[in-house]
Ligand binder design. Sequence first.
Ligand code: HBI
Length: 98
Amino acid sequence: MMVEALSEAERADALDGLSDWDYDESRDAITRSIAFTDFAEAFGFMTQIALIAEKMDHHPEWTNVWNRVEILLTTHDAGGLSARDIELAEAIDSILDG
Ligand code: HBI
């Protein structure tokens, strides 16, 4: 299914509901940086997100250094931020909010 990048208005609307995410204009992406207690917690979180990403067929660009996870979401097929990124960000937030 062809996925489209969000318009400026759609993006502004979506970002209103994602207070913990920043907009990266250079990538047309959203980013979030999270610090966990330790590596095991960080990697446990990544494992949960990996399974959700697989189910959604939509994957983050992310790095992990010990207890920190840096996440960037953008849609390669759309060349920018799409509804899929918003959906994955909301899933990530729901995991973090417990
Ligand atoms: N993940 N972030 C992201 N962007 C994509 O375009 C994307 C993906 N995961 C899988 C995927 N596309 C495949 O559906 C296509 O490459 C076929």
